[in-house]
Ligand binder design. Structure first.
Ligand SMILES: NC(=O)c1ccc[n+]([C@@H]2O[C@H](COP(=O)([O-])OP(=O)(O)OC[C@H]3O[C@@H](n4cnc5c(N)ncnc54)[C@H](OP(=O)(O)O)[C@@H]3O)[C@@H](O)[C@H]2O)c1
Length: 326
């Protein structure tokens, strides 16, 4: 048995409770990990409310990323031993004392990193890399607008886009978040509560617009996102925090040869997620190891205070990641 956070029913943060549950058992290609830290993601709030069930075969326990030590290994695992410090993306099960991860998705934690730092990385850096570069094909000299710049994904996206030589604009809801985004590498921040980002972007780019938009807001932003894209611009639709349904003029997409690309990480196949891990390991892990990039941690809560951690995220108070220490 192990301690884990369970949902007593669908609902608010109060449905999350610490309980004793059976520990997972690794398959032949999995590591069993004693989890030392995990992190919150916006998707966890949806899953808590019953709106984002885990894909078939994944744990019902919340938690999409883990950092900890290997306590058992499956018979077909290669390259890992007991007591190795590892981190990585999981399909669920992170809010617990033990979790399983396929060995091909596990990464060794550098000696000088704390578990909390490692747990803050996988979901947001993988999502930012896949969308900005693999799908969005952002290149040096191009311009990107990242909405919700203070979100976990936003803080990773700003850093990697800037590092790749792009000009980065962000939106965020408070002056503090905008200042923090600029410290991370954004050129300009737009407070979306005080001004219209379309007018601001048009001013900033002399009416040219941007090459790429990374959007998590969805319906209320769609037309405006299309409006500010240059010819051949790419809109990456990665979240729907403002809603999922709206009307658009498809002529805009045709005339300016725009691309609207959507993606979700969790339902992808194991093979796809191994490839996503590998692309991150090759391009960004070295930059995190040498300190050029860093995970942005807002606050660390003990596992027993997961309810408070969810309230904190739901109130949009975090800049970067919220960690659960186990
Ligand atoms: N598709 C994928 O594979 C994938 C993977 C990971 C995450 N995501 C998505 O990426 C987004 C960010 O996730 P996260 O975990 O990094 O989030 P997070 O750290 O919780 O940050 C979310 C921030 O978005 C802003 N926000 C919330 N509602 C908003 C609204 N209606 N309009 C404008 N801004 C709003 C808030 O900042 P302000 O104070 O600036 O308003 C909030 O702090 C979520 O939509 C999540 O579902 C998608």
């Amino acid at each position: 048995m192990m301690k884990a956070i369970i949902r007593t029913e669908d609902g608010g943060p109060e449905v999350l409770q610490l309980a004793d549950v059976p520990a997972p058992e690794p398959t032949e290609t999995q590591l069993l990990v004693d989890v030392k830290a995990t992190a919150l993601n916006r998707a966890d709030l949806l899953q808590r409310r019953g709106a984002y069930p885990p894909p078939p075969g994944e744990s019902e326990i919340l938690g999409l990323e883990i950092a900890g030590t290997v306590s058992a290994i499956g018979s077909a695992v290669q390259g890992f031993s007991k007591n190795d410090r590892v981190f990585g993306l999981v399909g669920g099960g992170g809010y617990a004392q033990q979790a399983v991860i396929d060995y091909r998705m596990a990464m060794v934690i550098p000696d000088d990193w704390r578990f909390e730092e490692a747990a803050a990385i996988p979901e947001v850096f993988f999502t930012a890399n896949e969308n900005i570069f693999t799908l969005g094909r952002l290149t040096a000299g191009e311009t990107i607008l990242i909405h919700a710049g203070g979100s976990g994904v936003g803080t990773a996206g700003i850093q990697i886009a800037k590092h790749a030589g792009a000009r980065v604009f962000v939106t965020a809801g408070t002056p503090e978040k905008i200042d923090n985004c600029i410290t991370l590498g954004a050129t300009i921040g737009i407070n979306y509560k005080q001004s219209d980002f379309v007018a601001e972007i048009e001013n900033l780019t002399d009416g040219e617009g941007v090459d790429v938009v990374l959007d998590f807001i969805g319906a209320p932003y769609l037309n405006r996102n299309l409006q500010i894209l240059k010819v051949k611009g790419r809109l990456l639709q990665v979240g729907l925090m403002g809603g999922a349904t709206t009307d658009i003029d498809l002529g805009v997409i045709m005339r300016r040869r725009l691309q609207v690309i959507g993606s979700v990480m969790r339902p992808q196949s194991l093979d796809e997620k191994i490839a996503i891990t590998q692309r991150f390991v090759e391009r960004w892990l070295p930059e995190l190891k040498n300190g050029t990039l860093r995970p942005i941690i807002d606050k660390v809560f003990p596992l027993a205070q997961t309810c408070e951690a969810h309230e904190y995220m739901e109130a949009n108070r975090n800049f970067g990641k919220i960690i659960l220490k186990i």
